[in-house]
Ligand binder design. Structure first.
Ligand code: TRP
Length: 338
């Protein structure tokens, strides 16, 4: 029997998940779950790096886990768990904080972008976000980490910390931490905003019209696509750099319909925006309907969800604690004699 390689990934439970999270992340996990031993985390400790509502954190955590499953993650074979349930994440994060040079962190693009958005309210946690993410990954000896294009830099940081700051410094022979590799999906790894095709679709955009949420009702989807930014050209193109919105919607259409980009380009080479918007609206509604149905059943059965998360926690905790203990022991921490 060959041992499966392991993947780990996660999404933040900040408000509603949108099609960018789905097509860029969760949908890829759905494909990969058969081939890999899969650990999926709801990263609630990351969610508090920006201002948030404590009344909603727990509800959003549960609903994010339910959406993983509604989108096709199989809880029988994957371990789904909540980050804050496993204290090893915060503990390894602290240790990694103490070995990571601050100038490595000052290069992080996402931090720079987010700190502009958050102006006067930038926390140390936001700065530290990539190290917590490194801890998430390294704790599970993950072989691969499926992430969107925008997370590549964070993954490189995790690799550098593991290799240069832990393995090279604290062990002469065997690696203490496994060096993970990214899996960046070609299609869908960056779904853009509906109102500005040059910006990533994001939960933190104050305009809800910039994204299609997975739980949006058909009327809302129709309205959002109607208002989505278009241009005055006929034909929906993919490769015209001046037409970011056209490219984005064509990408979404191609993934949802399971057709190649080139096939969609041919199909819509003469199509006007009005007709294309109708078609993509139908596709979105039709694709989200089964997810929404499954979600409804799951969220109304908190007992089942709880037991899935309990089981995920059990499996994750064993691995996480093992790695944490290995690191602590190699870094010279006191151990009680048994
Ligand atoms: N930063 C990731 C994102 O925004 C979320 C995340 C946190 C993550 N920890 C992770 C992704 C570990 C992969 C692995 O998409």
């Amino acid at each position: 029997m060959t041992i499966k390689k392991r993947i780990l990934s996660g999404v933040q439970p900040t408000g509603d998940l949108h099609i960018g999270n789905w097509l860029g992340a969760i949908n890829n996990w759905v494909t990969l779950q058969h081939q890999y031993e899969t650990f999926l985390c709801v990263v609630d400790l990351h969610a508090i790096t920006a201002s948030y509502n404590p009344k909603e954190l727990s509800k959003n955590t549960l609903s994010t886990a339910a959406l993983y499953i509604a989108c096709g993650i199989d809880p029988k074979t994957c371990s789904i768990f909540v980050q804050s349930q496993i204290s090893a994440h915060a503990e390894l994060c602290w240790i990694l904080n103490c070995v990571t040079p601050i100038n490595w962190m000052e290069r992080m693009i996402q931090f720079k972008e987010k700190s502009i958005d958050q102006a006067n309210n930038v926390s140390i946690g936001l700065f530290d976000y990539p190290i917590l993410m490194a801890a998430d990954i390294l704790l599970y000896d993950a072989d691969f980490v499926p992430v969107g294009e925008d997370q590549k830099q964070h993954l490189e940081l995790a690799r550098d910390i593991a290799q240069q700051r832990i393995n090279a410094k604290f062990s002469k022979d065997k690696n203490i931490l496994k060096i993970p590799q990214p899996i960046i999906m070609k299609r869908g790894s960056k779904i853009m905003s509906l109102i500005d095709g040059t910006k990533k679709m994001s939960k933190s955009d104050p305009n809800d019209g910039s994204r299609i949420n997975l739980l949006d009702a058909p009327e809302i989807i129709t309205k959002k696509i109607k208002r989505a930014k278009s241009d005055s050209s006929i034909g929906i193109e993919f490769n015209n750099p001046e037409r970011a919105e056209s490219k984005n919607l064509l990408m979404i259409y191609s993934i949802l319909s399971g057709k190649e980009i080139s096939q969609c380009e041919n199909e819509f080479s003469e199509t006007g925006w009005g007709t294309f918007k109708k078609l993509i609206t139908e596709k979105l509604i039709e694709s989200l309907e089964p997810i929404q149905e499954k979600y409804k059943i799951l969220i109304n059965d908190p007992y089942q969800l709880n037991s899935i998360l309990q089981e995920g926690k059990g499996k994750a905790e064993v691995l996480a604690n093992k790695t944490l203990n290995r690191v602590k022991s190699k870094l010279g921490f006191f151990e009680i004699e048994k």
